[in-house]
Design a protein around this ligand. Structure first.
Ligand code: SAH
Length: 463
């Protein structure tokens, strides 16, 4: 039985860091997770919650400080999770992420000391995000924009979002100030308890290379509760890069940010950007990597792993707006892509046209349903690129993708835990893990991105 009780205070050494950046202390062997505590530090910790196998504590006093601590970070960023690694020097963040990948491959995929190639660091470690999703709420009668406290729906007002393009911050703050001037905060800002109010979130994208801006007001209905004409005109004058303003109608009471319906109220339905020299149209519901310059390095790592040949047929699975396949469509014979969001596939088809490719084909649907069809249709890819969401690959997808005879599968993962799980499945199906390289797409946060290469054992005679 564990004797720990809420509010007890201990002095203890921080022995580890959780994958979300909390320090770990052990009180009589029982682990407590403590925000803003780093390995190598000695702290006074107050127990705040005791569970069955672990608990939580609050840092009361820093007795001995880690030499790797970054003191200048605003603690709100840690509390909100915007920058949950921001109190750690960048070099150490990289080291930690590298170690995390090695450990997951060991623990989950049973690969001891797999030679993970060194993580590719970012040059720009702040102000890199090209996208923001910002809740709009009323606090003490005033409209506020900011970020939710971690694991809660309590807004912490913030004006400088630290890892976001500062022009996006500027637009958020300008909108907030403009809305405040109307008064009537409770009519304008959405309230999650009463479900009253109009504006739930601002979703903003500013393209990294072209600088075009898309602004989406996520609202409960299409009718502005204030005279919108002048308000929008002023925004467009102040931010001439605004190329698209849309409403997203979300009447639900759930915590999903976006509803299904979009209405364009100014400019175009899409914005354009370039990646690796190709042009892309992006619509609001489509996925687009949030750190463009690092995503370019990520893709280049994937191509380096793939060793493409001009006669190759490739599959771009989970293709989004088509960036992975289209970046190399001129270096291979054919590209097939599939993606579940119809708007993204519309973008991908248009993007093939914009870049003058006619060797590309896309289908709308779930990868795990389309891949078996393609196997049946006799499509013979040489290389398959996969870039799934955090939950990783569906078993059905792996089973069929490993049957079409590709010489390699290049796996881009935003979650090393599900990647490590999928390593086992690929190896059971005749593909061997050959290379892994993390790429830091998310400086100051715990998020890890990596590229893995699986080789067809039979085709490459590795056995
Ligand atoms: N490769 C793209 C997108 C990667 S994000 C890029 O680099 O920008 C993952 C994509 O997978 C998203 O566009 C998402 O809509 C899509 N997706 C999610 N589940 C899917 C599934 N089961 N089948 C196909 N696509 C899926």
């Amino acid at each position: 039985m564990n004797e720990l009780k809420k509010n007890m205070v201990f002095t203890s050494d921080v022995v580890d860091l959780t994958h979300e950046g909390q320090g770990v202390v052990k009180i009589g062997g029982f682990p407590l997770f403590v925000e803003n505590a780093l390995p190598g530090e000695q702290i006074e910790v107050r127990v705040t919650k005791v569970g069955k196998n672990f608990g939580f504590g609050r840092l009361e006093r820093l007795i001995k400080q880690s030499p790797f601590r970054m003191n200048e970070i605003n603690l709100d960023y840690l509390r909100t999770g915007i920058a949950d690694f921001g109190h750690l020097q960048y070099e150490q963040q990289l080291e930690y992420k590298q170690k995390q990948v090695v450990e997951l491959l060991h623990k989950t995929a049973h690969k001891e000391n797999f030679p993970v190639e060194p993580i590719l660091p970012a040059e720009q470690t702040k102000a890199y995000r090209n996208k923001a999703q910002v809740p709009v709420r009323e606090i003490n009668g005033q409209i506020e924009t900011g970020f939710y406290r971690k694991n809660s729906h309590q807004l912490v007002p913030i004006s400088d979002f630290y890892i976001q393009d500062p022009i996006i911050d500027n637009l958020v703050n300008t909108i907030r100030d403009g809305l405040r001037a109307f008064g009537q905060a409770s009519k304008i800002a959405y309230n999650e308890q009463t479900r009253k109010g109009w504006l739930r979130n601002l979703v903003i994208r500013r393209a990294y290379h072209s600088h075009e801006i898309m602004l989406v007001f996520v609202v409960t209905n299409a009718k502005f509760p204030f005279p919108q004409k002048e308000f929008l005109a002023e925004l467009i004058e102040k931010f001439p890069e605004l190329k698209s303003i849309q409403l997203n109608i979300n009447k639900t009471d759930g915590s999903f940010i976006l509803g299904k319906k979009y209405v364009t109220i100014y400019g175009s339905d899409t914005i354009k950007d370039t990646m690796l020299g190709k042009t892309y149209e992006i619509s609001a519901p489509s996925f687009y990597q949030v750190n463009t310059s690092q995503a370019e390095k990520l893709y280049q790592t994937a191509y380096e792993f793939a060793e493409l040949k001009q006669e190759d047929t490739i599959i771009d699975a989970y293709s989004g707006i088509g960036t992975i396949g289209l970046s190399v469509a001129d270096q291979v014979a054919r590209v097939y892509g599939m993606e579940v969001i119809p708007a993204a596939v519309t973008n991908a088809i248009r993007n093939a046209d914009l870049n003058h490719f006619n060797n590309v084909k896309y289908e709308v649907g779930a990868a795990e349903e389309i891949m078996p069809q393609w196997l049946e249709d006799g499509i013979k890819p040489d290389v398959i690129f996969v870039d799934p969401p955090r939950k990783g690959l569906d078993e059905r997808f792996i089973e069929t993708a490993t049957k079409v005879g590709a010489r390699s599968v290049i796996y881009i993962s935003c979650n090393p835990a599900t990647f490590a799980r999928d390593v086992i499945r690929f190896e059971q199906n005749g593909y061997q893990l050959e290379r892994v390289r993390p790429v830091d797409l998310f400086p100051q946060t715990h998020h890890i991105e990596l590229v893995g290469k699986f080789t067809n054992v039979e085709k490459n005679n590795i056995m």
